[in-house]
Design a protein around this ligand. Sequence first.
Ligand SMILES: [Zn+2]
Length: 361
Amino acid sequence: MLSRYYTYSQFENYFGSVVKSLNGSILRNLEIGQSVLKRSVYGLKIGSGKIKVLAWSQMHGNESTTTRAICELLASDDLYQIIENIELYIIPVLNPDGADAWTRVNANKVDLNRDAVSLSQPESILLQKVFKDFKPDYCFNLHGQRSIYGSKDGIMPAQVSFLAPAGDKRKLFKRARAQSMSIINDIHKKLEKEVSGIIGRYNDDFNINCVGDFMMSKDVPTILFEAGHSGFDYSRDEATLLLTKALKIAITSVSNISSDHESTWTNYKAIPKMSANYVDILIKNYKATSGNQSLSIRYHEQVKDSCLYFVPVLIGINRKEVLNGHRVIDLDQDQHFKNDLIVTGDLEIYSESLNIKIFAN
Ligand SMILES: [Zn+2]
């Protein structure tokens, strides 16, 4: 399996070897265009079924989980069984420059998921060209989300989430949207028991510049996949396997869409909405002169010498919206704690007994 961070040339080598091991007779792998910094963007077509599915991943460069899931899918023993009725077009990394630099944006600092109408970037133009030429029946828009989302009550983290984007400002329940919801419901039903967190539902506010909303506005059922975070899965290995399963379920369920719109709507609405209420580390009951405090710490991701580092940063004290942490240290309960925690005036935290050195934002 690829690791969470890879240089783009590491990705090219790995993807090349995955593609090589596939059955060549039904496969076309091409450089379909180039990024701002002239890196190759690849497109892969596989299967010869009647239903066309277009999937693209890593349009946000620092969201690699779904790209890794695509590689896992392509290496699966049951791949040809899964795509029996499908012609699948995959763009594994739409934003190679962002992937290499581990940034959300491309090399011109543009968020490609806000460029669907402006089409100011070569990568956006490329995706639209594939969309127009391939004429997909379904689109899978593959992303990863930060470790900040949980259930509304903050008890469970959001390990994966989905959205059937609105295709217009009034968020109407039209055919294309109903079909997306039906697929999401299928994934939810089949994966629910396997997640340690929750399967969440993403915000559906309409923005025509977001690629998924744009494609839905063209009446093509589109699904947003968001690989999430649970526990200490900072490598996102668990999430990769979960997203591989989600992709397999989604691909098989496009040939089995529910036509019962009422139950589709009800089941979709029953998937819990997420809230941004998690931090990576939550320190409770720090005794300040003003009283007990809770300290919210979030990891900032930094790539240095081809390695991804998680740098803990104090983002606030007693923040109301923060309900939980992937690691919670309660200073009243933690036996390793020797009352040596120091929060400086500059909001930096030190504790030798807890092995903590955390920097302010
Ligand atoms: Zn994204």
